[in-house]
Design a protein around this ligand. Structure first.
Ligand code: NAD
Length: 495
């Protein structure tokens, strides 16, 4: 049973009451087997209130603590994450169906890195000051301005299922390092590592109430955090639809929000690209985590003259992907998160076929006998590439968030950028060319929060992270996160 964690301890399950949302328990399904494997507590509005009250009570002492002391505690937490790598990776694998190899090498190490980075970053910030000379304003005195930054209070942190601990700690680390306290809600599908983290927080020396975890569905738990009058800051990663709802609710209450939302990212291959390296990277960019990373390239945009040569290379890499038992260390391709999500993916592939799309690979579940017996009931879907669709159809425009990629081709640079920009999303793009000027031009013209040139998913934690257009509002990472979680106050001293 995965329990809520409030004010420094795990909590008994609040009973479900007729007519009141939340309470009781939610079933956890193992995506690799399709079988029930446990339960998670469903928080009630009362649990959210208790978590916010605990965070509020902990705020004065935590925010007043020397930054270096907070940093020490968070660095200890990072070490404890490393020390519990096996248990955390196993829990993440069971919750999400992603390969244990990925959990051990990416998800959990990055969670520790998030704490390490922000615990140290807050010790090396610089301030702002402005000397005012009063020139041009009659009677004005000269003055000196400096800007203080203070933590904002209780931060509401809400995260999705695709990178559970990785993305939640990407929010918790800057929030806590800057002196805020937090009420967090992981996805109801992948809750386990959040409560484990909170327990490690105790061992690291986090005072009770600094880090609280409430579990359950968007309504009433996520919405309860978003609308709570004592939560002035909300950081959300998830779908664009929910993000818009949060923006409306937060707008009404004048809260500060950061919204990291969906994507439909182009992977652009110019005729002069190194096709071998690009194809190898494209395969990873498209099908890592079974295509369930917001940064995955889901639209291949390739120059007509190299389309066939590139596809040949890409399809050879994809053919080598073998779905397997996520718990086996050799497995590199696991399952989708749920039956419902696989059905959504299947609906898009059916629409693509109806629209005349040519399925170049995949387009179906793996044959049962291609899977180890233990996982034959799992939510697997093969890596799928579809050619021949019109760029404005639903399959090309809407986020599928699974292992489905469409192919578009272009004849000149202008058309490449137009196709790259041709959806309502603007999260990330990966462009491949050996021509430096072309790369700079395209990077400037592509409307996205992140452009990778001749690489993908290279993540320096100091850089701004986030999306343009329907992919979000605000940025995480580096100083962006430190600024987001702090309130600037300008102090003007007349001279
Ligand atoms: P989701 O929007 O359904 O849920 C995300 C989180 O919000 C979950 O914890 C959920 O319980 C909660 N939630 C749902 N309704 C809510 C409400 N009304 N108020 C508050 N919280 C609510 O998304 P998901 O299916 O869990 O995740 C997949 C989506 O996340 C995809 O669209 C993907 O692109 C996006 N994503 C974006 C990034 C990014 O950095 N831009 C990273 C990862 C995932």
């Amino acid at each position: 049973m995965v329990q809520n964690f409030i004010d420094g301890s795990v909590q008994p399950v609040s009973p479900a009451r007729p007519g009141e949302p939340g309470g009781g328990v939610l079933e956890l399904i193992d995506p690799a087997t399709g079988k029930r494997r446990g339960e998670v507590a469903g928080a009630t509005a009362g649990d959210v209130d208790r978590a916010v009250a605990a965070a509020r009570a902990a705020f004065p002492a935590w925010s007043a603590m020397a930054a270096s002391k907070r940093s020490e505690i968070l660095l200890r937490l990072a070490d404890l994450i490393d020390g519990n790598l096996d248990e955390l990776a196993k829990a993440e694998c069971l919750d999400s169906g992603k390969p244990i190899f990925v959990c051990r090498s990416v998800d959990i190490p990055r969670s520790a890195a998030n704490f390490r980075y922000f615990a140290q970053a807050v010790l090396h910030t610089t301030g702002q000051w402005h000397q005012y000379d009063g020139a041009g304003v009659q009677g004005a005195r000269p003055a000196m301005n400096f800007t203080l930054r203070s933590p904002r209070g209780v931060a509401g942190l809400i995260s999705p299922w695709n990178l559970p601990l990785y993305l939640l700690t990407w929010k918790i680390a800057p929030a806590l390092a800057t002196g805020n306290t937090a009420v967090c809600k992981p996805s109801e599908l992948t809750p386990t590592t959040a409560t484990m983290l909170a327990e490690l927080g105790n061992a690291a020396g986090l005072p009770p109430g600094v880090l609280n975890i409430v579990h359950g569905t968007g309504q009433p738990v996520g919405s309860g955090i978003v609308t709570h009058p004592d939560v002035p800051t909300v950081s959300f990663t998830g779908s664009t639809g929910v993000g818009k709802w949060i923006a409306r609710e937060a707008g009404d209450r004048l809260k500060r929000v950061s919204l990291e939302l969906g994507g439909k990212n182009p992977f652009v291959v110019y005729a002069d690209a190194d096709l071998d390296v690009a194809a190898e990277t494209a395969c990873r960019a498209m099908f890592s985590n079974q295509g369930q990373i917001c940064l995955c390239g889901s639209r291949l945009v390739v120059h007509k003259s190299v389309k066939e040569a590139f596809l040949q290379r890409l399809l050879a890499h994809v053919a080598a992907i073998r779905p397997g038992d996520p718990m086996e260390p050799a497995t590199r391709y696991g399952t989708l998160i749920s039956q419902a999500h696989r059905e959504k993916v299947e609906r898009y592939v059916a629409v693509a076929r109806e629209l005349g799309g040519r399925v170049l690979c995949g387009g179906e579940r793996p044959q049962a006998d291609a899977l180890p017996p233990r996982v034959r009931g799992g939510f697997y879907y093969l890596p799928t590439i579809i050619d021949g669709l019109a760029p404005d159809c639903a399959v090309e425009q809407e986020e599928i968030f699974g292992p489905v990629v469409s192919v578009q081709s272009f004849e000149d640079d202008e058309q490449a950028v137009a196709l790259a920009n041709g959806t309502s999303y603007g999260l990330a793009a990966s462009i491949w060319t050996r021509d430096l000027q072309r790369a700079h031009r395209a990077a400037a013209e592509i409307h996205a929060g992140i452009v990778w040139v001749n690489c993908w998913m290279v993540r320096d934690l100091r850089t701004p992270f986030g999306g343009a257009k329907q992919s979000g509002v605000g940025r995480e990472g580096g100083m962006e996160a430190i600024n987001f979680f702090t309130e600037p106050k300008n102090v003007c001293v007349g001279l």
